[in-house]
Design a protein around this ligand. Structure first.
Ligand code: WTA
Length: 649
């Protein structure tokens, strides 16, 4: 268990956002597990349905269909119902460009832009169920396109703008997107990255793509192919104010979001409309409970699930005012984020441990230069937050008056699963613990054989009951869906994380138990990097492990054996890094490359990952007592010594 520093061990969050007695939470939690259907039906009634559902849940393991028969429109939920009230003049988005430009969109402006965008998509022939890939920087058009797709029943798949042409192509080809929306470029650390050109490379090998829509951001010239490529601004009809939102089945997919797993290719996580919206709406309320006048800022890029759920759908469905920032956290000055918090009087701030660790390194003098007194609540996501980072965040950003909510969840879960509700009283926070499961979330910790573990025992986290935000499937690969999440332990959802429950029932998350890395909060499968490197002529075999990194959490270490005739060299290392950057994106670039004679393998030919990790992190082999076969233990030790010797050269 992380050490609890005395100065913030009793951090109960004196600034209450709302007050929710602990016994009420407990009775709500119990009811939610005893009668999940009535519990979720009550939550669902808080949304605006065009047609009431007939059945709350159809559970045919491992497939859950929520609110069957119900009809709803996500864009109506996020916009129409607000513009019918005084909120039409309320700020929806404070947008801040990296170069200092700003835009403020009221709910009515956002509504108009979404309607005009929906009209453009319809004119291009986009229909219900068509897939639209959004490869955009953090500009207001990104949420506009998401909501416009939702308005007409098109399924969006947002591809993080830092990913490479090949990564975009893999995703577009996998889901057979019909339209790709991109921009002429984007800004990152003051430089322009040419998105349209990257999209062009992709689209040439994507037969499903009929049209490319290009949003003007940088104003640079870009090549346009007649009949295929259109400037978005040319197609907007200023006279259009309204495109009727069609009501879609609750089980109609709202979006597909690709994420890394244990296979060589990212998988398309499919989220529903009704169940996802209900879960998203309720979890946002429970954890952030924002007031009408609050300003909310989630720093995640919309290319990841955090941006989908808690920068777009969650806050907008509540009619909240959000901040959207285009650029890098520390550009052009180290205190850019603190400046933004001060400028917009942000009340609720949601970020990642990686960012906190980076700012810790820069020093507390940067936030200290700013008036951060508007902050009321801080939140964290993406990886375990150490007690040290938690306390720094509490002290130097929250100024010892803001609770920190550490939220554990995944792309697949759609929303928060384990997190503290800041208003529960008395509920002291423990630095480094995500605390308690949310209502409706039935969790257990199992040993390798599937037996439930008791207090203070580390094991595999599982979810025992379906919840409305649960992914519906893996796009085009139901077998993988079953294998990945439902086969490790019988009848329960397996997220792939290690966890422990302490004597107070609080959960401590310890990172991934599978071959998935979390590098600077980004989820990367080791197999993805390995299969990309294996494409190189020089390489016989490659394997990835990670070592702890002070800022990024984990750093990527690549082990490579070369074909005869090739020699290790710095140029080759550079070429390998270049290849990965080009094929996957800069986020997957290795921090270290070791050339080895051969990779350590078991007799059955499996790579000994434990050995790689031990060598990569320069730590011993740890506890080998779980390996029953003594011969294997000897083998592992031998392989470790051999590999260590080899990487020292
Ligand atoms: C990890 C991000 C510890 C975890 C929303 C999970 C966390 C993976 C936390 C999902 C947290 C996320 N504490 N670990 N608060 N939040 N994780 O799909 O390993 O990008 O399985 O979703 O991030 O990453 P993903």
């Amino acid at each position: 268990m992380p050490e609890i520093k005395p100065e913030c061990s009793q951090a109960s969050g004196p600034q209450k956002i709302f007050s929710w007695p602990y016994h009420r939470y407990m009775s709500m939690y119990r009811h939610s597990l005893e009668d999940p259907e009535s519990f979720w039906a009550t939550e669902a009634r808080k949304l605006n349905w065009a047609q009431q559902w007939e059945k709350v849940l159809e559970w045919q393991p491992p497939y859950a269909r929520w609110f069957v028969g119900g009809k709803i429109n996500a864009s109506y939920q996020c916009l129409d119902r607000h513009v019918k009230t005084w909120r039409r003049s309320k700020v929806a988005i404070y947008w801040e460009g990296e170069n200092g430009e700003t835009r403020t969109l009221s709910y009515s402006t956002l509504f108009r832009e979404v309607n005009q965008c929906a009209d453009v998509l319809l004119k291009l022939g986009v229909k219900k169920g068509d897939i639209v890939a959004l490869y955009l920087p953090m500009i207001t058009e990104l949420p506009v396109f998401m909501l416009a797709c939702a308005r007409i029943g098109a399924v969006h798949t947002v591809v993080f703008s830092g990913l490479s042409a090949q990564s975009l192509g893999d995703r577009v080809n996998d889901c057979k997107a019909k339209v790709v929306v991109t921009a002429d470029g984007g800004y990152r650390r003051g430089k322009i990255f040419k998105l349209k050109q990257t999209a062009d490379i992709t689209v040439n090998s994507c037969p499903s793509v009929e049209k490319i829509l290009v949003v003007k951001r940088t104003g640079e010239d870009v090549p346009m192919v007649e009949g295929r490529d259109y400037w978005y601004s040319d197609l907007i009809d200023e006279d259009v104010h309204y495109v009727a939102p069609e009501a879609f089945e609750a089980t109609h997919p709202l979006y597909i979001l690709y994420t890394s797993g244990t296979t060589g290719k990212p998988k398309g996580v499919v989220h529903s409309t009704g169940g996802y919206l209900v879960f998203n709406h309720s979890t946002f309320k429970w954890i952030f409970d924002i007031r009408e006048d609050s300003v909310f800022w989630c720093t995640a890029d919309i290319g990841w699930v955090t941006g989908h759920s808690y920068a777009v759908y969650g806050p907008l469905s509540h009619g909240a005012a959000i901040v959207l920032y285009e650029g890098s956290p520390d550009y052009p000055t180290i205190d850019r984020w603190w400046d933004i918090i001060e400028k917009y009087s942000v009340n609720i701030f949601y970020t990642s441990p990686t960012a906190i660790r980076m700012f810790m390194k820069y020093g507390e003098e940067y936030p200290a230069r700013h008036n951060l007194s508007s902050l009321e609540l801080l939140a964290s996501v993406g990886e375990p937050i150490s007690a040290e980072a938690w306390c720094w965040y509490y002290k130097h950003i929250g100024q010892e008056k803001c609770p920190i909510v550490d939220t554990w969840w995944q792309t697949e879960t759609g929303g928060f699963m384990i997190a503290p509700s800041p208003g529960i009283e008395p509920m002291p926070l423990k630095p480094g613990s995500a605390t308690l499961p949310l209502p409706g979330i039935d969790v257990a910790i199992l040993d390798a054989e599937g037996n439930e573990l008791g207090t203070n025992q580390k094991g595999y986290l599982v979810i025992k009951k379906p919840w409305p935000g649960m992914l519906m499937d893996i796009y085009g690969d139901s077998e993988l869906y079953k294998k990945n999440y439902w086969s490790r332990f019988k009848g329960v959802y397996y997220p792939g994380d290690y966890a422990m429950r302490d004597e107070d029932g609080y959960f401590w998350l310890y990172g991934r138990a599978d071959e998935v890395l979390k590098v600077a909060g980004h989820r990367i499968g080791t197999a993805e990097i390995e299969s990309s490197v294996a494409e190189l002529d020089e390489v016989t075999e490659a394997a990835v492990a990670s070592r702890p990194d002070e800022v990024k959490g984990e750093a990527i270490v690549l082990f490579i054996s070369l074909k005869t005739g090739y020699k290790p060299s710095d140029d080759l290392k550079k070429a390998i890094v270049g290849h990965i950057r080009k094929n996957i994106g800069p986020i997957a670039a290795p921090d270290e490359i070791y050339f080895v004679q051969s990779l350590p393998k078991t007799r059955s030919g499996k790579i000994m990952r434990r050995v790689l990790k031990a060598v990569a992190s320069n730590q011993g082999l740890g506890d080998l007592s779980t390996i029953e076969d003594q011969e294997s233990v000897t083998e592992v030790k031998k392989a470790y010594e051999a590999l260590k010797g080899c990487t020292r050269d």
